[in-house]
Design a protein around this ligand. Sequence first.
Ligand SMILES: NC(=O)c1ccc[n+]([C@@H]2O[C@H](COP(=O)([O-])OP(=O)(O)OC[C@H]3O[C@@H](n4cnc5c(N)ncnc54)[C@H](OP(=O)(O)O)[C@@H]3O)[C@@H](O)[C@H]2O)c1
Length: 341
Amino acid sequence: MKQYTVAILGATGAVGTQMIQCLEEQNFPVGELRLLASARSAGKKVAFAGGEVTIQEARPEAFAGCDIVLGAVEDDLARELLPKAVEAGAIVVDNSHAFRLDPDVPLVVPEINGEDVAWHHGIISNPNCATIIGLVPTWPLHKIAGVTRMVVSTYQAASGAGAPGMADLEAEIAAMGKGEPLPAPRTFAAQLASNLIPQIGGFDPEGYTSEEMKLQNEGRKIMHLPELRVNCTCVRVPVLRSHSESITLEFERDITLDEARAALEAAPGVKLVDDRAAASAHDRFPMPIDTSDQDLIWVGRLRRDISNPHAARGITFWCCGDQIRKGAATNAVQIAKLLTE
Ligand SMILES: NC(=O)c1ccc[n+]([C@@H]2O[C@H](COP(=O)([O-])OP(=O)(O)OC[C@H]3O[C@@H](n4cnc5c(N)ncnc54)[C@H](OP(=O)(O)O)[C@@H]3O)[C@@H](O)[C@H]2O)c1
C-alpha cells in the first residue's frame, strides 16, 4: 500500500492537534508526518504512531516532497502558504475560509459530495464547521423531498474560536468558581461564561454576520443547490466543545416524519437520538456534552413545522456535533482518504 508524506500546517492548534489523532484513528497511510506551526512552537515534540514528531516552523521549503498538506491556520496564512504547497506538488485540504468559494476549489463533505474531489486543481476546501454539522443531517432529507429553504439558529462552542477561545472560557469559569474578578475578554466580544453572544464574524450591510452567510453560500455549493434559501442566526454559547443547531427545513415535496426518521437512521455520519419517553435526558435528545470527542452528528427533536402552511412540507429538528472533529479535522482526513482511493 502506498505511504504518503503528510504535512499539517497549524499542527499545534485546536484543529491541527485533532488532525494528528484523526490520521491515526482513520488508519491513514502516513509514511512521514511533518508538523508545521509558528516559530513559537518550533522544536516541541508531539507523539504520533508510537514515535515522536518535532514541530517545524512553517516555511515554504517544508512542503518539498509532501503528497498531502492539511491546512489548519487562519485565512491570511492559508492564502500565503498553501499555494506554495501546491507549487511544490502537494494536494491541499484546507480548513480556512480562504478558498472555499473559489469556483476552482471543490468544497467537500464526503457524505454529501465526495465525488467533487475529482475536479480539484491542487486545493480542496473543508467547509465551515456549523455548515458541515447542519448539512450532514439535512442531506438525507433533501434526497427524499428536495429542500428549498432552511431556517437555522446555531449554538456554537467556545472552541470554534480555536485553542484561545477554549482557554478564555476555561479561565472565566475558573475565576467565577473562585469568586475572583473575571479576566478581560480576549477572543470574544464580551464575557462568555454565563452569557450568550449573538455575533460570530463581522456584520454585512443587511445585518447578517459572515458566519451566518457561510451556511447559505457554502451550503449552496456543497449541495449543488444555487437557489437554496437560508436564514441563519449564529450565537456563541458557553460550551467548551461541540456545536448545536436548531434547523427548520421546507421541502418541494411532501415528507412524513416516518420517512424522515428512516432516512436519518440510514444516513452515513448521523446518529438519531430522539426518544421523548426516555428516562434520561441523554437518551431523549442530543446535547453537546454527549457529542464531544466523537465523529457523528446526533439528531433529535424531530417534528413537524407547525408554522408551515403546507404541513407535510416542513420539518424541524435539533442536532449537535463536535465541530473540531466532524466540523474540521475528521472531515479533512476523510477528504484526504478519498484522494488515496
Ligand atoms: N476551531 C474550530 O472548531 C474550527 C472548525 C472549523 C474550521 N476551523 C478553521 O481552522 C483553522 C484553524 O483553527 P484553530 O481553531 O485550530 O485555530 P488555533 O487553535 O488558534 O490554531 C492556530 C494554528 O495556527 C498556527 N499559527 C499561528 N500563526 C502562525 C504563523 N505565523 N506561522 C505558522 N503557524 C501559525 C498556530 O501555531 P502556534 O501554536 O505555533 O501559534 C496554531 O497551530 C482556522 O482557519 C479556523 O477558521 C476551526
